[in-house]
Ligand binder design. Sequence first.
Ligand code: AMP
Length: 140
Amino acid sequence: MPAYDTNNIFAKILRGELPCYKVYEDEHVLAFLDIMPRSPGHTLVIPKAPARNIFDISPDDYVHVARATHRISAAAMKAFNADGLTVQQHNEPASGQVVFHLHIHIMPRHHGVSLLPPASRKEDAKVLEDNAAKLIAALG
Ligand code: AMP
């Protein structure tokens, strides 16, 4: 497996070199909206620790990501009035991973509505701002 690349997009977001629609942050993790959402409210949870994917993250760091995913999933159900929610995490290109800093996808779902294919369209800034505000409010 290739080594962790410190110039990946999410590493730049963590360093504040690129913006994001932040919804949650603590000592160990950052969560922000996917700018090409596959469903309304599509959120990404990433560790602050540098990890390419599940194969090089420490178990403890993975637990921090899982805890945040658990909490944000409950809030996302409320914020987006969802009927269900898909949690997904890709490891290496064969699985669909395109950004090589571990991230968990949280995708609120509604009955009868399919996920859009990955990277279908960039969402409007206003929609992302509104969705981030909704999720932040639901996180309390
Ligand atoms: P994956 O296929 O699991 O590697 O997913 C990468 C995800 O990152 C995709 O859903 C992209 O839409 C998303 N993405 C790419 N660039 C950004 C960015 N600058 N901010 C937020 N999400 C992004």
